[in-house]
Design a protein around this ligand. Structure first.
Ligand SMILES: NC(=O)CC[C@H](N)C(=O)O
Length: 202
């Protein structure tokens, strides 16, 4: 694929910030709000925002089933924060009846870091990125974490916890990539560069 076009789901959330990051790593991008627009893209970013709102809007716009079909068909997708929740096969702490797009064999806990810590920043060890020795500065906003991963899922990064085990905050399963945090709110484009590599491999 020479010139892939990356869609950014534009129902709600930080769409423009992702488009800016994609431009920085040399990828063309376009907002996606309709099934036709989804059909036209080679890859997709599910931005951060509010997963319950995005789920309801995706249903209203008739996008939920088309999204599931494209993921099942091998579409490369990167989900950040609420986008990670949308990619998860299972969620904990969702609202009643909350559905996801799914595709990743992970269990994600919403608002996992607790109300007292609405947002925080941390430097992560993220060896799958370019310049692997340079930590990634990560911004977490009412973030989920990954509670359980299936066999086919690679854990890419954890955030340190007091007991030293670390909570999983970045995962990859085939062409699906997800982070609990928001790289689009920093100046470091390496996560988007990793996603573009996955898109080009596809
Ligand atoms: N920054 C975010 O994307 C927050 C995610 C939000 N807590 C949710 O459940 O969707």
């Amino acid at each position: 694929m020479s010139q892939p076009v990356v869609g950014v789901l534009a129902l709600q959330g930080d769409v423009r910030e992702h488009q800016r990051m994609l431009a920085e790593v040399g990828a063309a991008s376009t907002p996606v709000r309709t099934p036709d627009e989804l059909d036209a893209v080679d890859a997709l970013v599910l931005p951060g925002g509010e997963s319950t709102t995005m789920w309801r809007l995706a249903r209203t716009f008739g996008l939920l089933e088309p999204l599931r079909q494209r993921v099942a068909g091998g579409l490369p997708v990167y989900g950040s924060c609420a986008g990670m929740i949308l990619l998860a096969d299972r969620i904990e702490g969702g609202v009643a009846g909350q559905e996801t797009v799914g595709g990743m064999d992970i269990t994600v806990r919403r608002n996992a870091f607790g109300r007292q810590v609405d947002s925080f920043e941390a430097d992560l060890d993220f060896p799958a990125l370019s310049e692997p020795e340079r930590p990634l500065h990560a911004v977490f906003i009412r973030a989920p974490w990954v509670e359980k991963v299936g066999d086919g899922v690679d854990v890419l990064a954890r955030v340190a916890t007091a007991d030293g085990t670390g909570n999983i905050v970045a995962v990859r399963q085939g062409r699906l990539l997800a982070t609990s945090f928001h790289p689009e709110l920093t100046a470091d484009a390496r996560v988007h560069a990793l996603f573009l590599d996955i898109v080009k491999e596809a």
